[in-house]
Write a protein that binds this ligand. Structure first.
Ligand SMILES: [Ca+2]
Length: 507
């Protein structure tokens, strides 16, 4: 800032230099006529400065207040936001807790269902059997007890020597009449009866245990025979079928069949197929039965069983593998995956169904099977074809078909000539002999396609009388196809009807 007093001194210096022209001038101080003005200006400058400073001070304080207010407002906004975020987190934690509780409930219900389905059935079955055994034991005990009471009554009536002789120990000749002696006899009789009951019970338990052991040994024997047969089949000529066929007649097969028949008489034996049901209750009508193809009590499946004519029961015992009929609305789709053909589909006894390759293998690898085809041509009526040997190999061999021993009223054996030795194919599993196409795709359905077929029974139904269309067919005389709208394919142990008749007549 400019000081007015300094300005005044400057002004004086200029005035002096202008008024003296020689070097030897004499300085005479002069009274400044503007002194009061300078003083006034000085004061004024200080006042202005003071006012300016005050203004600045006020401005600064105002700014500080505003800043504080702003800070307060921001702080409260942040607090509101923070608490909203906290609430949100707490809500989400609550949701997570609910979800966890729901998952826990689901797991618990799964476990409960598993328990209900598997464990409880087994326990109920075991309890039922134990109860039956206990009932038998109790009634035997009751009978014995009643008998012994009678003996005691007789003893007390003084007829001891006559009525209870057989049960008394060797001192039975002691004369009656003395109460001490009678008590002694009663005590001896009771002891003998109890001992006899105990030994009887022990015998029964030993018997039950033997039955269980024998069931196990029968299953072991079956499995041994099966593996012997499989060894033979692997070393035999599977392609032509002669190895398989001769095997049916050898001693191993005969022994196996007799073992299986014995197994049917074992308590608790599980029916493996419809022939087991038929053997045990030939009078049962044709219909749906539970069977255990793998002999595993936890793996029952429903099967439709053909139980034979009223007057010729040996015509029964068939397990129906495939049923086609073009009569119902909402026909079953047979264009299915490999997994579905393995598992089986449709409902046995209702409309159409496929039994399942897994179960078919389980049945036919344990013992020799025969198979029968019943077919209806749309114009020419009914036909049938039978094969005395029928077997489906395991999944590692793609359920390869072994079939031979043809008889029937069709003029041509369309199955074994073309399909024997062929693995199974579906639209998602091409195992046929044509490299360029998948026969299951070009013809639809799952089958033991070769290149491609002389018969396929899972194809679509005919929609016209055209015998060259890709429908359910069987190649017959002069290469003329049978066109089918009704098919039954069924299987049972080979030679079953002869064995059944022998069994029925007690041979
Ligand atoms: Ca192919």
């Amino acid at each position: 800032m400019i000081n007015y007093r300094d300005f005044r001194v400057l002004w004086l210096l200029v005035a002096v230099s202008a008024s003296s022209s020689s070097a030897d001038y004499e300085y005479t101080p002069v009274e400044d006529p503007l002194q009061s003005v300078w003083d006034r200006l000085d004061n004024l400058s200080q006042e202005i400065f003071k006012v300016f400073q005050e203004k600045l001070e006020n401005q600064f304080q105002q700014l500080q207040r505003e800043m504080n207010e702003k800070l307060e407002s921001v702080k409260s906004k942040v607090e509101v936001k923070t608490s909203a975020i906290n609430n949100n987190i707490m809500n989400n934690l609550g949701h997570v807790d609910n979800k966890m509780a729901e998952i826990n409930r689901t797991i618990t219900s799964w476990m409960q269902n598993y328990y209900d389905g598997h464990v409880r059935n087994d326990l109920d079955e075991a309890r039922r059997k134990i109860e039956e055994h206990v009932d038998v034991k109790i009634s035997a005990l009751e009978n014995k007890f009643v008998g012994n009471i009678n003996i005691l009554m007789n003893l007390l009536a003084g007829n001891a020597s006559r009525s209870s002789g057989s049960l008394l120990p060797s001192d039975a000749t002691v004369p009656a009449g003395s109460s001490a002696l009678v008590e002694q006899r009663i005590s001896n009789t009771v002891t003998t009866a109890v001992t006899s009951l105990e030994s009887n019970l022990r015998d029964q338990l030993t018997h039950i245990s033997n039955v269980v052991t024998s069931s196990h040994s029968i299953v072991d024997t079956i499995n041994t025979h099966v593996s012997k047969i499989n060894d033979k089949l692997s070393s035999g000529d599977g392609e032509t079928g002669t190895g398989t066929h001769s095997c049916l007649n050898d001693s191993i097969a005969i022994e196996l069949i007799s073992t299986l028949e014995k197994a049917r008489e074992t308590p608790g034996f599980l029916p493996r197929d419809c022939s087991d049901h038929h053997w045990q209750q030939p009078e049962a009508p044709t219909g749906v039965f539970q069977i255990y193809p793998t002999m595993d009590s936890k793996a029952p499946i429903s099967a439709f069983c053909e139980m034979g004519d009223e007057n010729a029961k040996e015509t029964g015992g068939w397990t129906v593998i495939l049923r086609r009929r073009n009569t119902t609305f909402g026909l079953t789709n047979f264009n299915r995956t490999w997994a579905e053909y393995r598992q089986g589909f449709g409902i046995p006894g209702e409309g159409e169904w496929w039994f399942g390759l897994g179960a078919l293998h389980a049945l036919t690898y344990r013992q020799p099977y025969e198979v029968r085809f019943l077919m209806h041509d749309i114009e020419r009526g009914y036909f049938h074809a039978s094969y005395s040997n029928f077997r489906v190999e395991d999944e590692t061999r793609n359920y390869r078909l072994i079939v031979n021993g043809f008889t029937g009223n069709v003029s041509q054996d369309a199955l074994s000539t073309k399909h024997h030795g062929s693995p199974f194919s579906t639209f998602d599993r091409d195992n046929d002999q044509l490299s360029s196409v998948n026969c299951a795709v070009s013809n639809s359905g799952g089958w033991w396609f070769n290149s491609c077929y002389y018969t396929t029974l899972t194809a679509p139904f005919p929609t016209s009388a055209n015998r060259d269309a890709k429908t359910i067919r069987w190649l017959n005389d002069n290469n003329l196809w049978l066109v089918l709208d009704d098919v039954v394919l069924m299987a049972r142990p080979a030679g079953y009807s002869a064995r059944f008749n022998a069994h029925l007549h007690g041979e």
